[in-house]
Each structure stands twice: as C-alpha cells, then as structure tokens.
Design a protein around this ligand. Structure first.
Ligand SMILES: *Cc1c(COP(=O)(O)O)cnc(C)c1O
Length: 360
C-alpha cells in the first residue's frame, strides 16, 4: 500500500518530510547513539530539542515576550478544566460561545467550577455557523470569554477575533492553529491539542499571557495549575518528549514553507477550490453558512445518502481515505490541514467530479 491522502480529522496526516526525517533519526538522533524516546528530558541533547520546538513556535506565531508557551499532556480536553480552574481569579462566571461539540464539552466542564453564561449558541441550526461580531453581547464582568476557533466536527471557523475588551479571550485552536497568522496579543490564552496541525496526539500546547498565571483556585490539582508548568518550564514531570520533538520538526517544516503567511495562502486555495467544487454541483452540498466556513474541515453531503458507502469505497480504492463524516452531520468530511498537500485536494476534487458523472 503506497501512502494515501488521509483526510482524517485527527489524529491527522503529518508532513511526509517530517516522518521521513524522524525515521532517519529514529535509532540514533544527532549522533547521540540513542533515539529521542530514550533520552533524559533533563539532558542537554533533549533540552536542545525542546528549545528548537519552543523557538520554532514562537517565531512562527510571533508570540510576544509576555506570553509563556507550555507543552502539556492530557490533550485539549484537559484544558476544558484547566481554563476555569486557573482563570476565574476570584470571579464567579465566564462567557462561552457555543458553536459545536467541543464547546459543549468545554461548557460542561466549566460548569463544575463556575457559572457559565452562554453568550451565543448555534445549536438550533446544528452548528452551521459561528456568530457575527454584532451578535455577541459579552459580560464585561466575566472572568474570561471562551471560543472554539475552528469547529472540527461541524466545519465552521471564526474569520475574525471577537473584541472582548479587558476580558481575557480564551480560544480552543486545536484544529486551526498554525493555519494562518493570528495576533496572539488579542488573546489571554490559546490552547490546542497537537493531533490536527502540530504532531502526535496527547500533547497540548498552551500559550498564556503571563499575568493570568498564578491565581488558580486552591483545590486545583498541581498538574492542572499553569503555574506549576511555567515554573517547571513544562518539565515539572516528564514531558511527552517524542511528541515535542515531532512538533519541533513540524514547526521547522512550516518555516521552510514560508511560515504562516505562505501556508495561509495555500490553505485558502485548497479550501476555495473544494468548496467551489461542492457549490457548483447539484450533487454535493455543504451544510455550513458561507461566511463561517472552515478552511480546515469541509463537511459535505451527497444528494442521495444511499451512495455514501459507495463513495467511501471508491474513494479508498483511489487512495483517498477517512472521508466519512461525523455522525452528527452525516455525509462526508474532508479535513485538509496544513499537512494535506494541494495535490491531495486536487485528487479529491477529480474523484468527486468523476463520481458525480457516474452516479449523479
Ligand atoms: C480534537 C479537538 C479537541 C479534543 O482534543 P483531545 O486532544 O482529544 O483532548 C478539542 N477541541 C477541538 C476544537 C478539537 O478539534
């Protein structure tokens, strides 16, 4: 079986160049005589790998000096609890923008610790859009405001950053981090599980403004306190060393591609051509509102859902895999993160057009 075009929502495709480099270095990294997995996280060999990853991310995202970068475990889901535990700072409530399954989980977790003010919900339209800026009526007294930057399951994305004034804006950027330049200074905290656009699952990246560190509620478990990880430089306990190494290689790969400005251009091209293939056909349709459409996850349905199985089977035979949509949307979902080459999107479009000619 040759390499396929893998449209999985996560864990998702990684750049082939990164995988090949990791393979080359697997058993003997940089003449150390051992693999990265076997190194002490306190040794100078690994510290250089760690520094390469952090510097790589800081350069790509132009993270200001008053922000800490943390490499944590527990995926993005642990952040659903860590955010309220650390950011309430004596306040009793937080604003949440409810745009999908992940925000639902974030809200459920936050409710264990504070009053959640759901400032917007698109649940009644099966999350087919994110709010417009003028629909957000935020509480100026909220401890923070939480948004899901890109809704992986429903295929919607914010194309603007909500203005929350002095209230820190927190975002779950798991599925669109590094897909475009963002002004980090607009956020109090950005978090992301790695398995969509960064590297192996399990690793989570947190970018947090310094002044938000150090006020966790008393009963916060040590491992859930950002201060622990800031003080320990992400090494309070043994960090996910191999995942950090891979993330560093992905950051380097992105830099060589021209950074976030260049990858955004490619991502816009990829998404535009896929959406236009769907929109111009009478056979495929996309359930999301055009202004809210995600560049990373493209859900679409076939006019006859009886053809879904055939579509998936024939796509697989053509080397296009993991296109089955999430059960809450149905149909198909093509996840086209940074590592999906433009040729992969072209191959999908050709396949879709051919399939429509045969069965449409
Ligand atoms: C995948 C995903 C998560 C969950 O990440 P885990 O690492 O599995 O906890 C959370 N939020 C968003 C937006 C996601 O896409």
């Amino acid at each position: 079986m040759p390499r396929v075009y893998n449209f999985s929502a996560g864990p998702a495709a990684l750049p082939l160049e990164v995988l090949e480099r990791a393979r080359e270095e697997m058993v003997n990294h940089n003449d150390s005589g051992m693999s990265v997995m076997e190194m002490s996280h306190r040794g100078k060999e690994f510290l250089a790998i760690f520094d390469h990853a952090e510097t790589g991310l800081r350069d790509l995202m132009q993270i200001p000096d008053n922000y800490k970068v943390l490499f944590l475990q527990g995926g993005a889901s642990s952040q659903f609890a860590m955010v309220p535990l650390n950011l309430l700072r004596g306040k009793t409530g937080a604003d949440y923008i409810h745009t999908g399954m992940w925000s639902k989980k974030a809200i459920a977790e936050a409710k264990r610790y504070c009053a959640v003010n759901t400032v917007f919900s698109s649940e009644d339209v099966n999350f087919n859009r994110v709010p417009r800026a003028d629909e957000l009526h935020l509480d100026t007294n909220a401890a923070y405001c939480h948004m899901t930057f890109n809704n992986t399951i429903f295929g919607t994305e914010f194309h603007y950053i909500p203005d929350t004034g002095d209230v820190p804006l927190v975002t779950d950027a798991s599925s669109n981090i590094l897909s475009r330049p963002v002004d980090v200074s607009r956020f109090g905290l950005i978090y992301a599980g790695a398995q969509k656009n960064i590297g192996p699952s399990g690793l989570a990246i947190v970018i947090i403004r310094e002044d938000l560190v150090g006020s966790a509620v008393d009963f916060t478990p040590t491992m859930f306190n950002y201060e622990t990880h800031v003080k320990g430089n992400s090494m309070f306990n043994t960090p996910p060393t191999y995942s950090i190494y891979i993330a560093g290689l992905v950051f380097e790969w992105l830099r060589k591609k021209g950074g976030l400005v260049e990858i955004e251009k490619i991502n816009i091209r990829k998404a535009d051509k896929l959406y236009s293939c769907i929109d111009k056909s009478g056979f495929y349709s996309c359930p999301t509102e055009p202004e809210s459409r995600s560049r990373m996850n493209v859900p679409f349905t076939l006019s006859d859902s009886g053809l879904d199985e055939k579509f998936l089977e024939e796509a697989k035979a053509a080397g296009l895999v993991t296109l089955k949509g999430h059960r809450s949307v149905g149909g198909m979902r093509a996840s086209i993160y940074n590592a999906m080459p433009e040729e992969g999107v072209d191959a999908l479009i050709n396949f879709m057009e051919e399939f429509e000619r045969k069965y449409g």
